[in-house]
Design a binder for this molecule. Structure first.
Ligand SMILES: [Zn+2]
Length: 118
C-alpha cells in the first residue's frame, strides 16, 4: 500500500507544519532543533496526531499535526504500524480473554420457561 508521502498535498502539509507548529516534539516533549536536517534522528519531522495510520488523512489541518523528532516519529509509527498489522492479522487477539461469568449454566427446566405448575 502506498503511503502517499510523495504527493504535493503531503509536501505542502509538511512545509506548513514545519513552518508554523511549535518546535517541540509532540512525542517526547523535548525541543526540536529546527536547524538539523530531516535526515538527522533528532531533526524535525512533521507528524500526525491523531496518527495518519488511524485517520487515513495524510494532510490534516494544523490541529491534527505537530512537529516531532525524526526518531520519535519513526518509533511511534513503527509501534503503531506493528500493532495495526497484528490486529489485522489476528483480530480476535485484540480482545482480552475474559473469564466466563457463567461457567456452569443451569439447565433450563420447563418450570423456568413456563413458570411453576400450579
Ligand atoms: Zn522526540
Amino acid at each position: 500500500m502506498s503511503t502517499g508521502h510523495q504527493t504535493p498535498a503531503y509536501t505542502r502539509w509538511k512545509k506548513q507544519v514545519l513552518a508554523q507548529c511549535e518546535p517541540i516534539c509532540i512525542r517526547c516533549g523535548y525541543d526540536v532543533d529546527m536547524t538539523l536536517s530531516g535526515r538527522d534522528p533528532m531533526g524535525p519531522s512533521a507528524d500526525h496526531e491523531p496518527p495518519m495510520s488511524l485517520t487515513g488523512d495524510i494532510a490534516p489541518g494544523l490541529d491534527g499535526s505537530g512537529i516531532s523528532h525524526m526518531q520519535c516519529n519513526r518509533q511511534h509509527g513503527a509501534r503503531l504500524g506493528a500493532a495495526i498489522t497484528a490486529a489485522k492479522k489476528n483480530p480476535t487477539n485484540k480482545k482480552p480473554a475474559r473469564p466466563n461469568p457463567f461457567p456452569n449454566p443451569r439447565r433450563s427446566t420447563p418450570a423456568d420457561l413456563f413458570g411453576s405448575p400450579p
